[in-house]
Design a protein around this ligand. Sequence first.
Ligand code: SAH
Ligand code: SF4
Ligand code: F3S
Length: 466
Amino acid sequence: MERTEVLVSAEEMERQRVFAEQVHVLPHRPKSYHVVTYGCQMNAHDSEKIAGMLEAMGMVSAPRREDADFVIFNTCCVRENAERRALGNVTWLKEVRKEKPEMLIGVCGCMIQEPGMAEKILKQYKFIDLAFGTANLHKLPEMMYDLLNGGERIVQVEDKDVISEGLPIRRLRHDAAYVTIMYGCDNFCSYCIVPYVRGRERSRDPEQILREAEGLLESGVKEIMLLGQNVNSYGKGLPGDITFAKLLKRLDDSGIPRIRFMTSHPKDLSDELIDVMAGGKHILPQFHLPVQSGNDEILRKMNRHYTREQYLDRVRRLREAIPGIGLSTDIIVGFPGETEEQFADTMSLIDEVQYDSAFTFIYSPRTGTKAAGMPGMIPDEEATNRIKRLIDLQEGLQQETMKRFIGMEEEILVEGLSRRSKLAVSGKGKHGISITVSGNAEDIGTILRCRVNGLKNNTLIGERET
Ligand code: SAH
Ligand code: SF4
Ligand code: F3S
């Protein structure tokens, strides 16, 4: 894919900026907005861009959706329940609007990008005023301008792979920030809809990423989270020999106190990356490495391109190079045809790896994906039984893995007041685990050194050293 094809031109970005200014002076524009976000960090970050654009149009954030003049749902469709929840909530708002007829309702994000969804919205969801896909995000000012002037509802979905630089961003946190390094996915895991709704893999220019990171550092940000569906294949299609490891090294040298990233595909986890992490000053010792299944046949049917042994080898290398590294994973149970023995392989892998945390999901068929056509759908009851056993096992193991932090020096970036005590604050340590220490609201957004000295109700307790 040619880079010029994917990058939205500076002229187009300027056009959109001018549209935003024009909306700003419209007397009948919505005065407040509320963004409802579903799905992954990518979507959370897109919502920050949506909020940024709406504020450039002169709107202010309303804490409750029912009070806002414009409510926009940024949807996810990775599993059926995500989709059902979004549609349920959009429909609920239709009722609320009966009391507030001037309210505008928008829907965007991955779900809109599903085949047939635009038609469905046009025919079945007539109360939605504005709907657009992931490729049209940067055109929100123009769409809003047309909506407010034409009075007709707008549904815009395109099948294009774009990168838009320079959008205004209204960040939710001041101390930690998302930085997208690549968009889309080329892996086509057989169960997954993401490549269909987010398009082909495309990487941002490294200089743009570095500039953004430096700007964030200057504004006081302590931690950045690099985002991509498969960050390990960053750089594909870019000129030169840039890789994710090289990008990470440059960011590490730029002085940002804490750097994290997600998600990594095990098949692309290079020794180069492990070495950069091991030699880094600011790259946090934590790794999210989705395994999905512990059985080779299921992994093959999932189109994951690694075996259980290859995965375990990557885990060993990570632990050798970065002792004590925090490890987390994603697991799917009840993939079509999964036998009890194959599921037992997932259980034994969990037991063998000893993760610090695991996100577990029941397989959900997605129309258009390869797995949706595979025979051997596991009955709900059986899948639910498997996920329960898996969660039980993981919770038990976690009790043990957390103990290794006791006695350790840690540094936390304080996220907020502890939920259990007014005299305590909590935040994530370098290994990605939450730790609670004594403190107050003034500590929020700062990095505190502590020594972990206990474990209470599944939470690590630390003693402050700063
Ligand atoms: N790109 C990332 C994340 C993708 S979505 C990755 O490759 O890991 C996050 C997780 O949702 C996946 O890791 C997978 O465990 C889960 N998931 C994706 N599609 C699913 C489906 N159809 N049913 C159940 N879980 C699914
Ligand atoms: Fe989906 Fe696989 Fe791509 Fe992750 S790597 S987004 S699971 S297709
Ligand atoms: Fe969902 Fe889209 Fe993320 S489908 S998981 S919001 S990329």
